[in-house]
Design a protein around this ligand. Structure first.
Ligand SMILES: Cc1cc2nc3c(=O)[nH]c(=O)nc-3n(C[C@H](O)[C@H](O)[C@H](O)COP(=O)(O)OP(=O)(O)OC[C@H]3O[C@@H](n4cnc5c(N)ncnc54)[C@H](O)[C@@H]3O)c2cc1C
Length: 495
């Protein structure tokens, strides 16, 4: 089970005063009644729930700055939230914290084709960025499967990826600048429309910082011209191993498809029953490969993928003949997480990334762990990046199942680290994986990361209880002594 920082009783007792102060700042955007607050009690990691102290929905950057400055003065914790689609519990509220919802800040501020960028507020959804520029032939490349709901602020905080990140990169490769409000209410501008920047690369630090360093109130995003040709292939295999080997061989052959996605038999059947994308019913595994570029390059890559896949035992290879067919194939992949609701009411989505050559062995091991824990696990993932998403389905209401699912998930992530991979490819650490950070980072690594956090948020008020396994107050970092079981500086708030 996850642990959140103990609520501050002083803050809890002052709830009515804090609500009044927040109404003075955001008159039309404070939610305080318990019934409505319940709607905000979890993100997409629904196994963990906590009603926030209050929910505040600012409409502009001045209001964000005023809320944060007030919270810093009054020692109140803040949890930023976009659309609440985090799969790692990054936007899970705190009982004594203000949930700062950025969804009202949803304007596209500037579309600049000359500089190939778009400037947006943080509550703009990922899909709206492409929608705003597609008539001119442009698009925004990072495309999480949650893209119709998730916000750019959340994408920046999680360094989100998606199906097309193999070739075009994650958010960090497509982010040119941000405006960031610090806990003090001060504003920073990092990067911008220009290329390059002086000073330390703080933009890269902020991207993926999971709401721990500041609140993103504006983002400048790189947009790309749609390639002239896109071809989508659906390749079936009669073994998971053959599909895994094909992924490794395609990349080793020097081909970088725009997307290279994997699904196993159980996932194929569940998705098929959910939205009928027409996947081969008898396949043990499928790959969806998408290649784009100029016609000659696409034709050549498609022929080589065909040759590699058939050489490694592909049983069927289809090329989508129309845009409608392509949309249909992708609709199944994008609906895969939601389709798991047909199997069980609850799901943990793991997010480890491994070196591609380890794919076949790791998939075999996950299957053995599934038997060992007696829990169903479906595999659907960004195979080209080695970014696994084992979906463990279970029912929280059955005694002990959540704990078993957590232990199963932890074993998968430890396995990813053991084969040379990492705990998270794109979903962030949040509350879900913070207990496993020690598997990947030394004490010195973690202390250094926490010191960076302190440089942005010295009081540890921004999204505490996420990412770091241990709560430290900034003043004690690097000299932590516990005497008679008592922590030093017990009166100070801890991150
Ligand atoms: C069905 C489904 C499919 C998904 N598919 C993908 C996928 O393909 N690829 C992928 O990468 N992810 C995927 N996700 C995960 C999720 O959608 C992403 O992590 C997304 O970026 C979260 O955005 P959000 O607006 O919902 O943020 P939230 O969930 O609200 O917040 C996520 C984190 O960002 C912080 N945050 C939010 N807004 C701000 C801000 N303005 N400033 C500072 N911090 C902020 C929060 O504190 C929290 O730590 C999927 C989720 C679901 C439910």
């Amino acid at each position: 089970m996850i642990e959140l920082p103990a609520p501050n009783p002083v803050t809890l007792a002052r709830r009515a005063n804090i609500a009044a102060a927040m109404r003075a700042v955001v008159p039309d955007g404070v939610i305080g009644d318990e019934a409505t607050l319940t709607a905000f009690d979890c993100d997409a990691l629904t196994a963990y729930r906590q009603r926030p102290l209050l929910c505040v929905l600012p409409a502009n950057t001045d209001q964000v700055a005023a809320v944060l400055a007030y919270a810093a003065r009054e020692n109140i914790r803040i949890v930023p939230r976009g659309a609440g689609t985090s799969l790692s519990g990054g936007a899970l509220p705190l009982a004594d914290g203000i949930l700062l919802g950025l969804s009202r800040m949803n304007r596209i501020l500037d579309i600049d084709f000359e500089n190939r960028c778009v400037v947006v507020q943080p509550g703009v959804t990922n899909a709206s960025v492409t929608k705003a520029v597609q008539a001119a032939g442009f698009y925004y490349a990072p495309d999480p499967s949650s893209q119709i709901a998730c916000t750019i602020g959340g994408n920046v905080a999680e360094n989100s990826g998606g199906i097309h990140c193999l070739k075009y990169g994650l958010t960090t490769q497509n982010l040119m600048g941000v405006e960031l409000v610090l806990m003090t209410g001060e504003r920073l501008r990092l990067g911008g429309k220009h290329g390059g920047d002086g000073g330390l690369d703080l933009l890269s630090v902020v991207c993926g910082s999971e709401g721990l360093l500041g609140v993103v109130t504006e983002a400048t995003l790189r947009i790309l011209l749609r390639p002239p040709v896109t071809r989508t292939l659906l390749i079936a295999f009669d073994s998971v191993r053959a599909a895994g080997e094909t992924v490794a061989a395609i990349i080793a052959g020097g081909i970088i498809p725009a997307a290279l996605e994997f699904m196993d038999r159980r996932c194929i059947a569940t998705v098929e029953a959910f939205c009928a994308p027409g996947y081969p019913p008898d396949a043990e595994a499928i790959l969806i490969a998408e290649i784009d570029g100029v016609p000659a390059e696409v034709g050549d890559d498609a022929a080589r993928i065909d040759q590699i896949a058939r050489g490694l035992g592909a049983t069927e290879l289809r090329t989508c003949a129309s845009e409608a067919e392509r949309t249909c194939v992708w609709s199944g992949r994008k609906a895969a997480f939601g389709a798991m609701g047909r199997l069980e009411p609850d799901m943990l989505c793991m997010d480890g990334t491994i070196p591609r050559r380890a794919l076949p062995d790791v998939l075999d091991r996950i299957s053995a762990l599934s038997d060992q824990y007696g829990l169903v696990c479906c595999n659907v993932f960004h195979a080209g990046d080695g970014n696994l998403h084992p979906l463990i389905v279970f029912d929280c209401m059955r005694a002990g199942e959540l704990e078993r699912a957590e232990a199963f998930g932890a074993d998968i992530l430890k396995l990813c680290v053991a084969v040379g991979g990492v705990l998270t490819g794109e979903h962030g650490v949040g509350v879900e994986k913070k207990g496993l950070m020690g598997e990947m980072f030394s004490d010195a690594d973690l202390a250094q990361q926490e010191k960076l956090k302190c440089a942005f948020d010295g009081m540890g008020l921004l999204n505490p209880g996420k990412v770091f396994p241990t709560l430290h107050a900034c003043v004690e970092l690097g000299r932590m002594h516990v005497h008679d079981g008592r922590m030093p500086f017990g009166n100070l708030p801890r991150m």
